[in-house]
Ligand binder design. Structure first.
Ligand code: SF4
Ligand code: SF4
Length: 135
């Protein structure tokens, strides 16, 4: 039995398809949905913890990849660059874990990396690229 946390990004055309249901039915995988969100450009982002036999896991991942779903492990580190940040607040609304928040009363952005699950939603929305993946 293996257990993995992964981020799935899937296009608008697949949003209403029973993809996750098929992972259970056809590939015997158990999963936990940790986060699910539709981005402003109408992509679906889902963070899953998947458990199952190694062979079933690999077959399930192949099934998802063949559908055109982007799959990444949930082990990346996110860096917030305070000097680039304009404190516009766009990322605060989209962050599902409140890792990015406004510090009051100054209304300046704060980043709590312990809360960050590296879903990358903030990277897509930040107009000045103040948020990056650590290479
Ligand atoms: S990657 Fe960005 S949006 Fe996602 S949890 Fe971390 S700070 Fe929030
Ligand atoms: S979206 Fe970018 S510039 Fe705006 S508050 Fe967030 S990190 Fe700063």
């Amino acid at each position: 039995m293996i257990s993995r946390k992964i981020i799935l990004t899937f296009p608008q055309a697949l949003l209403d398809k029973p993809i996750v249901y098929k992972l259970i039915k056809d590939y015997n995988l158990i999963f936990n949905i940790l986060q699910a969100k539709i981005t402003p450009d109408e992509e679906g982002i889902m963070i899953l913890e998947i458990k199952g036999a190694s062979r079933d896991y690999n077959a399930g991942i192949s099934y998802l990849k063949n559908l055109g779903i982007d799959i990444r492990p949930l082990d990346q580190k996110i860096i917030w660059n305070e000097r680039k940040c304009t404190h516009c607040g766009l990322c605060v609304d989209i962050c599902p874990t409140q890792a990015l928040s406004f510090k009051r009363p100054q209304m300046k952005i704060e980043f709590d990396k312990r809360k960050c699950i590296a879903c990358e939603l903030c990277l897509r929305i930040c107009p000045v690229k103040a948020i990056e993946i650590q290479q």
